[in-house]
Design a protein around this ligand. Sequence first.
Ligand code: NIG
Ligand code: FE
Length: 427
Amino acid sequence: MPRMLIHSAGQLLTLSGGPQRGRTLGSLGMIEDGAVLIREGRIAAVGSDSELRRAHPDEEGLNAGGRVVMPGFVDAHSHPIWAGDRAAEFEQRLQGKTYLEILEGGGGILSTVKATRAASMEELLAQTRPRLQRMFNHGSTTIEAKTGYGLDFETELRLLQALLQLDSEGPWDLATTYLAAHAIPAEFEDRAGDYTDELCENWLPALKEWWAPNAVDKALPFVDVFCETGAFDLAQSRQILETAKGLGFPVKIHSDEFDNLGGTRMAIELGAVSADHLISTSTDEIAELAASDTVAVALPATPFGLAEAHNMPAKAILDADGLLAVGGDLNPGTAWCENLQLALALACRTLKLTPAQAIAATTINGAAAIQRQNEVGSIEVGKQADLLILDANDYRHLGYRFGINLVHTVIKKGTPHPVAASLHVST
Ligand code: NIG
Ligand code: FE
């Protein structure tokens, strides 16, 4: 198992101390001239360069060369498994059609469902693997990954199975989410209630049965719902999340991406792990959310991808002491972007986060949004050794610079994966 001393980190961002609420967001726990000792793929010591080099003189070294060293990104929201593309819809939207109009006309998510249902397991794996590799190369070491382009029992399960396989292939870690409630499939057109009943009465209990023997040792997946006009209304969303919760699944919600149906308040009431998008969320709901343990997941690449001006009122969440994470929302409809650094840079501009806040929102708080805060998201003794060496000496270059990859090396479970320039290993 990998062991080494990463030394000469000009700025070592530990993000220590757990998830960061409200105005404490952005506490980087920075050690200038820092070092990290890795044993058995885990973090064994964190401290100053001189102290750790003195204590471990014979350890194999990885020279960070004065660069920034920080935790791997935890992308708390992605839809990485699908077949086909929606380039034509992108063009239609630019010509004036809205996202919900396209969905209503049987396109949007439903056109990806058609392509995905027609794809074999091999094709799905072959299309998804390079997406995950690109996410990883851009620094996402742990990735939440949703199903949601199958919308029938077999295909949703196939997507979940593919995600479990891709998780075991690694080097990334995936946290899986079952999103059969992503849209109403064509065969249930105008029968959203029947689809909801089918999901609740048959699919979720069957998923529960299927999980233990097929995903040995893994915690149950999240169950998510797209609570939105044209997708699931508030009552249907409640039925799905309550059923899931009753079966023991942790739950999440896509709420207020376009219209406010009341999903956020319901998610808080149900103790959802996260509520995501939150663009048309009311001031009252923001206050209630901030007072809860439900993590608000901002997805600034989505309005950017849709060329829409509205964004999550992230500052209001922080002012009210809420928990805020920033995710990527990789998907073929609204945001085909594997680079979480772009979401981070957008968060600085459209959500008005500082680079430090955006870094915390994509690491330790991203981990909190998928219940992995004890395992990843910060550089602390005992945690998995998932680290990034940036091609920069000042952490603020994340956010400041955009559209390129600032990751020099991804270290996953203690193993270095060079991304950019050559890796400088010294002893
Ligand atoms: O998060 N809102 C629902 N899901 C995605 C879009 C999915 C799609 O258009 O394919 C989102 O934006
Ligand atoms: Fe999404």
